[in-house]
Write a protein that binds this ligand. Structure first.
Ligand code: SAH
Length: 251
């Protein structure tokens, strides 16, 4: 059996209980060495074999999985954050399916939620934004034209932008165009939940310079939107006068 497991954003304890249990049982662990903490490997049994997928291509990864399956071994394919977001797991799953190999996916804590936790903010504030856009700038990987940053930003919704801090200057220009103003707050969180985490706060007007000063060029979440401001309406859910399925509102 093959398990695609979300390792979480960095902190070794931010993996699910199920993910940790599978790591303990695995005969083989193929991990994305660029962003997955090696501390996860300490939970494996002594006989477990490790493969760093940062040094492997898709065929090599599939070969290892297929070989293990033939021998009746259990493989964990450990991905950073949640595997369904920029995890490149679809091509692996499709190949396994084609080969008739059984697999399961175990979700993980994504870096966008870890970044919000690190800076202690909520993406979905009443009357500010009830929508969160997860996206990236085009880079070596293209992005469909309809999903260009100005058009996504034009909604004024909360945004969590992956894989884009390397071109923060261009990104900020596109965001300004979309939001139509440059006082929108931005938080850049470098390596959320790792020991060397950094948090940089600003607005579209000044964040690019601050990020350059801190020399952050990779592994960062760029969180954008008015949810980072202090003023918002309190939620109805915990309002004294609001009736829910669990609680009668007071008059
Ligand atoms: N599947 C992962 C994303 C992989 S793409 C997830 O769910 O988080 C890699 C990008 O994710 C990085 O370029 C960065 O934008 C973001 N990222 C991953 N780990 C991060 C962390 N600990 N802190 C901030 N951003 C992170």
């Amino acid at each position: 059996m093959i398990y695609f497991v979300g390792a979480g954003p960095g902190d070794v304890d931010l993996i699910t209980v199920k993910g940790r249990r599978l790591l303990e049982e695995a005969d083989l662990i193929i991990y994305a060495g660029s962003l997955v903490s090696e501390a996860h490997l300490a939970f494996a049994k002594p006989s477990c074999k490790f493969y760093n997928s940062a040094k492997m291509n898709l065929d090599e990864v599939l070969e290892v999985m297929t070989g293990a399956e033939k021998e009746g071994l259990m493989t964990v394919r450990l991905h950073t954050g949640d595997p369904s977001i920029y995890g490149a797991i679809q091509e692996q799953m499709d190949a396994l399916e084609e080969g008739g190999l059984p697999f399961e996916v175990v979700p993980g804590v994504s870096s966008f939620t870890a970044a919000a936790a690190a800076i202690k903010h909520e993406f979905t504030l009443p009357e500010v934004s009830q929508t969160l856009i997860l996206t990236r700038r085009r880079g070596r990987t293209s992005v469909p034209e309809k999903e260009n940053i100005p058009s996504l930003a034009s909604h004024g919704a909360s945004m969590a932008i992956f894989l884009s801090v390397g071109s923060i200057e261009e990104l900020v220009e596109e965001l300004k165009e979309g939001y139509g103003r440059d006082d929108v707050p931005v938080a850049v969180v470098y390596r959320a939940s790792w020991e060397d985490e950094k948090q940089i706060f600003g607005t579209l007007a000044d964040i690019a310079g601050k990020v350059k000063d801190e020399k952050v060029v990779r592994q960062a979440q760029i969180l954008v939107g008015d949810f980072l401001k202090a003023d918002y309406a309190k939620s109805k859910l915990y309002d004294k006068g609001f009736t829910t399925g669990y609680r009668q509102g007071q008059k």
